[in-house]
Design a protein around this ligand. Sequence first.
Ligand code: LHQ
Length: 263
Amino acid sequence: MDTPILTEQQGGILTITLNRPEKLNAMTDPMLEELLEALKQAERDPSVRVVILTGAGRGFCPGQDLGAAKERGSETGDYGYGKHLRETYNLVILRMRRLPKPIIGAVNGPAAGAGMSIALACDMRIAAESAVFVQAFVKVGLVPDSGATWLLPRLIGQTRALELMLTGRRVSAQEALEMGMIHQVVPDDQLMSCAQAVAQTLAKAATKSIGYIKRGLEFAATHTLEESLEYEADLQDMAGRTADHREGLTAFLEKRPPHYQGE
Ligand code: LHQ
């Protein structure tokens, strides 16, 4: 197999491309390992301000490679899917949600099963017109995983999430937009330029502030208002001490655009 994950950095934008186009980028162990490594590198490297995640060819990601899953002996029960999830997908999803930098999912084609979960774990989702979203798990006798049970109802509500999970039907990019699952639908040939344009704006933003916004929303999703007010105050303490906040204030008072360094 060729390199299963491609990475390319231009300015502050790191593009991670799932690269197994002949199988719509179905996930294998090496892909999951390399994706995790690329996310760790994005976190470590201060020059990375934004991540774009996309797929090579006509697919985004149809989830676990079902051929590989079968080969590993799932039918005889000597290989546990739970262990596999805990050691691979779960780490990827947590790493994405906790990355203190924005991730834009440029969904270029089918996002199914755990591949849809990976799209949902991005902070923003821009989809090509021809992309589809599929809660495929039920179609192969499995359950939504890789964060789908947590992420999808929060985006589109329990009623719609349950319907998609129970039927496993294909949802077009347009319908996903109407449901509030994604942020934008664009013509196929404009997907990457649109994702780049959003990324360029975010790459010039106050990166620490964005990291704290992600943390605040994640915390609030599982805590009370009182706890969230406390957490907001802690985050605001930290944001208030950043160089970018000082620059934001100075720029405002000097009536000029701010120049954020991500510090
Ligand atoms: C695939 C796959 C695929 C291999 C398309 N595998 N080849 C996590 C961890 C541990 C254990 C278990 O589960 C999980 C979570 C999961 O992700 S389970 C859910 C796995 N995903 C699915 O069930 C989705 C299966 N795929 C589809 O439903 C369709 O392929 C979609 C809707 C994604 C796209 O449909 P089409 O655009 O009509 O394309 P296609 O079906 O013709 O697929 C193109 C090729 O990609 C084809 O190969 P071929 O050699 O015949 O051209 C497919 O076999 C291959 N492919 N998904 N998951």
